[in-house]
Design a protein around this ligand. Structure first.
Ligand code: NDP
Length: 335
């Protein structure tokens, strides 16, 4: 089912939105990351004549390109394909004059009035305003079999893919709030949900735990670790687990499931900005209330890199709009 987006050929650096400034190039608005947040920011910034340049990042199109059908983005009555949706957003941004470039930001210098961004370790771009929309990366267990069935029953987003497992049996790995939330969400759709937890307790809040234990079709498997995802070569058919019995004893058990959901956390892609931009203890960029402003004037953040709660394409897009409007106001006040 799921497809990773094919890498695109690097675009020419002789871009029309970049003006030379000394040795570096200079842009009014640089957008880093190309998920729903980044492209929505680009649409708004381009329409405001900020001539934005988007640096696509390692995963062009963002996390949505790792899923197939998107049924919950408003405006698509029959659903759409994640990769196709991101292509549409890119085209829409380009229609208003956004420059979309291949590359990854490897360093930044936000110490001066003009912000410096280094792309692929060599190219320097100076920007009057920067919008960070680098997203977050779902954590996986790192099993070979898990990689093999990504898009064939292995998913890191129950809200995105749970619908396809209506009336079926599924497993969720993780014991935090996300896992508890995803398990209860899936329990409303699926016949049975196994919640696989490596410890003998749930880390989730008491309120979330209560919701889990109240669902009759959730079976919590404490002290179980995933050994292997099994299937027919295309789709998931079950999971092999190692059950801990006492201090040194272990037993291998197998459960039959059609879906295997990871909910063991996300890593916000914020490392490169940390020397200048404030983050919380888990790395999410902190934005000022009711805005996309960071602690650095002229630097804004939107989408999953600053949102560990909602993490939806539509909320990312909404915050991308906010970031572009904030950047527009910032630049207008500076002029
Ligand atoms: P957490 O880091 O809180 O939990 C991750 C869970 O995954 C833990 O139970 C951890 O186990 C388990 N885990 C990690 N690695 C592995 C592994 N390799 N194998 C098996 N299990 C593993 O992440 P969440 O995404 O749940 O939450 C992130 C933050 O977002 C939290 O602060 C949470 O409260 C918040 N949140 C809030 C929500 C809300 O308020 N509605 C909803 C969702 C999240 P272990 O406990 O053994 O380390």
């Amino acid at each position: 089912m799921a497809l990773f987006k094919k890498m695109e050929t690097p675009q020419s650096s002789a871009d029309k939105n970049v003006q030379p400034s000394g040795d570096a190039e200079h842009v009014k608005c640089l957008i880093i990351g190309s998920g729903p947040a980044g492209y929505t920011a680009a649409i708004y910034a381009a329409r405001a004549n900020l001539k934005p340049v988007v640096i696509q990042g390692m995963q062009a199109g963002g996390q949505l390109t790792t899923t197939t059908e998107v049924d919950n983005f408003p405006g698509y009555p029959d659903g759409t394909d994640g990769t196709a949706m991101m292509e549409d957003l890119k085209k829409q941004a380009e229609r208003f004059g956004t420059e979309v470039r291949w590359g990854s930001v490897t360093a930044v210098d936000f110490s001066g009035k003009v912000h410096k961004v280094i792309v692929d370790g060599e190219k320097v771009i100076e920007a009057d305003s920067v919008i960070i929309s680098t997203g977050a990366t779902a954590k996986y267990l790192g099993l070979e079999s898990e990689e093999k069935y990504k898009g064939g029953g292995v998913s890191a987003c129950a809200t995105c893919d749970g619908f396809f497992y209506r009336g079926k049996d599924v497993a969720v790995v993780g014991g935090g709030d996300t896992a508890a939330e995803e398990a209860t969400y899936l329990a409303n759709l699926c016949k049975k949900v196994y919640l696989i937890i490596r410890k003998d307790y749930l880390r989730a809040s008491k309120a979330m735990q209560k919701r889990v234990f109240e669902k009759e079709n959730i079976e919590v498997l404490f002290e179980h670790n995933t050994k292997e995802v099994i299937g027919d070569g295309n789709v998931v058919e079950g999971v092999k687990l190692i059950k801990r019995k006492g201090q040194a004893d272990e037993e291998e058990v197998e459960i039959k499931v059609d879906g295997f959901f990871l909910a063991i956390g996300h890593t916000p892609n914020s490392d490169v900005f940390k020397p200048y931009v404030e983050t919380d203890e888990t790395g999410y960029i902190i934005t000022k209330p009711d805005s996309a402003k960071t602690n650095v004037p002229g630097v804004f953040a939107c989408g999953d890199v600053q949102d560990h709660i909602y993490r939806q394409a539509v909320t990312a897009a909404g915050s991308g709009c906010m970031a572009a409007l904030d950047a527009e106001r910032y630049l207008a006040e500076k002029e």
